[in-house]
Design a protein around this ligand. Structure first.
Ligand code: GLC
Length: 566
């Protein structure tokens, strides 16, 4: 656990504790949409720097910065043109150093996003590959193949990209390259030692600048077996995902992470990493193992309905999985790829059917948006009430919690973005059939009025709805019942729950009420139903997701403090 010590100068610094990440609260910043200092409508590092007191006041342990690297923004920055620089619209390396120093001075660690499956098509390597032509060493850094059909004008396979449309794109000399995501995101060839060496250089570059950890984008897709003949989509579907699948979750990707682990462990304290790996649950421990990345995202809660049975099963299974790898569990309810949880929980009918194990956050988001399309009568108040309850439950769990900017304000997904202002490639590559992820990436409201609700002096790169006024930081800051106040209170109390990572279920006699005990006698109780649940009169409720009147109201969570010495 990170410990904040006071230096004689009165500033704070971070104690070197190698296991700080185990129960950390990590706040995800999507830099383009957090705060804009220079007024160009895009958030920047200076904007974040100006808000470090807000972050410190929230009580988080770390900040995870989504990509801020030079990018044409074909996929919101996940199309990286240079892994070792800052996009000029977002700042400079000096700004980055200043931000790290400002966060560290407040006891907040810094995690950056590494995107190793693909580069941008504007990356120097890809430009070189295009110019160098077929058979060149430059093309060997990517996955180029000749086409099929008499004149090679058909793609090598019928594979479909994650964002819709074909996964192969033809270049002027007739060859095709693989892109599992957008056309502008050519997949790298991880069988090439030069690719491997370059990412080690990148990891060291940021670790040397004081970065504490890394979030690894689509960590399960780097290595591929592309020996001929390549299978068709139908054939791929029949191959078990047991470590030998040609495209996903191959055992040999762990060789990459074993090398990275040596890099992480060469620092003091060791740098941390968390895998974004959409794999069969039984294989998550491979990524979360201390010899691999050390921690893996667990998206099960994010995919669940607001339902006691689902939550209990997921929590039990996740703690068990984490224990098997020696890692701690992670919990996520919202991120930049999915519909905000306040909106998911506002749907009148719960999501039905299981999520495909390969689902990416993008496809999960689209699924939610589609159901929302069929369900115009969102109950926004109910969504917020349930979101507060789910968050308070999540923050009471052992393990580390990942929060997404704006959820602490109770923000809903922004549905009202005109087609012509949408940015997400999923929207364009599906011809608008999938709405995409822009609705959770709208710049934050800091003030109830003014230019772009205080986001910056020059407008916002995605349109902000009028209802943002009710969620402005400046208003919630003064309101003891606001979602922001709830997050602050829970995060301040959470330190007491981190003494160890045990959780013990307590039977409640109701299927829709979950209750568990944490170390030292702390308890968390969530009522997923709509009927009140009476608590014993002696219960010392110290934080509640909705007004507490001696009985636990429907769709609410409370934390109960240990009994005092009396
Ligand atoms: C991850 C990111 C997502 C991005 C994709 C391709 O799923 O979270 O935003 O579009 O990878 O890099």
């Amino acid at each position: 656990m990170a410990q904040l010590l006071a230096e004689p100068t009165g500033t704070a610094f971070l104690h070197d504790d190698a296991s700080w990440w185990r129960q950390a609260v990590v706040y995800q910043i999507y830099p383009r949409s957090f705060a804009d200092a220079n007024g160009d409508g895009t958030g920047d590092l200076a904007g974040i720097c100006a808000r470090v007191d807000y972050l410190a006041g929230l009580g988080i342990d770390a900040v995870w910065l989504s990509p801020f690297y030079p990018s044409a923004l074909a996929d919101g920055g996940y199309d990286v043109a240079d892994y070792r620089d800052v996009d000029p619209r977002i700042g400079t390396l000096d700004d980055f150093d200043a931000l790290v120093a400002a966060l560290h001075a407040r006891g907040i660690r810094v995690i950056v996003d590494i995107v190793p499956n693909h580069t941008s098509n504007l990356h120097a390597w890809f430009q070189e590959a295009l110019a160098a032509g077929r058979g060149s060493a430059a093309r060997e850094r990517y996955i180029f193949r000749d086409g099929t059909g008499p004149d090679g004008s058909l793609p090598p396979t019928d594979w479909v990209s994650m964002f819709g449309g074909p996964a192969w794109e033809r270049v002027p000399d007739g060859q095709w390259y693989l892109h599992n995501f957008a056309v502008e995101q050519p997949d790298l060839n991880w069988a090439n030692p030069e690719v491997r060496a370059d990412f080690v250089t990148t990891l060291r570059f940021w670790a040397d600048r004081g970065v504490d950890g890394f979030r690894i984008d689509v960590a399960h897709m780097l290595t591929k077996d592309l020996s001929e003949p390549l299978p068709s989509t139908a054939q791929l579907a029949l191959i078990p995902k047991d470590g030998n699948h040609p495209l996903v979750d191959r055992d040999d990707v762990q060789e990459v992470y074993a090398e990275w682990r040596e890099v992480f462990n060469s620092y003091d304290p060791p740098r941390t990493a968390v895998a974004e790996a959409w794999v069969n649950p039984a294989r998550v421990p491979l990524y979360a193992s201390p010899t691999s990345l050390g921690q893996a995202f667990n998206f099960d809660l994010l995919l669940a309905d607001f339902d006691a049975g689902q939550f209990r099963d997921i929590i039990t299974a996740s703690l068990d999985l984490a224990a098997r790898s020696g890692s701690s569990s992670t919990w996520v309810l919202s991120n930049h790829d999915v519909v905000r949880h306040a909106t998911r929980y506002a749907l009148s009918s719960p999501r039905t059917g299981g999520q495909h194990p390969d689902a990416t956050p993008a496809s999960a988001a689209s699924a939610w948006l589609r159901s929302r399309g069929a369900d115009p009568a969102l109950d926004r108040e109910r969504g917020e009430r349930r979101a507060r309850a789910a968050t308070l439950l999540m923050l009471g769990l052992p393990g580390s919690a990942y929060l997404y900017q704006g959820e602490e304000l109770g923000l809903h997904e922004v549905a009202e973005i005109p087609d012509e202002q949408r940015q997400d490639p999923t929207f364009f590559r599906t011809g608008g059939a999938e709405i995409g992820r822009d609705g959770c990436r709208v710049p934050l409201p800091w003030t109830p009025g003014g230019t772009s609700f205080g986001f910056g002096p020059g407008g916002a790169h995605l349109p902000q709805p009028a209802w943002f006024t009710d969620h402005a930081v400046a208003l919630e800051d003064r309101d003891p019942d606001s979602t922001l106040s709830l997050y602050r209170r829970a995060l301040a109390l959470r330190h007491a729950l981190r003494a160890d990572e045990r959780l013990t279920w307590i039977e409640t006699g109701r299927e829709d009420v979950l209750r568990f005990a944490r170390p030292g006698g702390w308890e968390v109780v969530t009522n997923f139903g709509t009927q009140d649940y009476p608590l014993e009169p002696t219960a010392d409720v110290v934080v509640s997701s909705s007004e507490f009147t001696g009985t636990l109201a429907g769709e609410s969570t409370v934390w109960i403090a240990p009994e005092g010495p009396s």
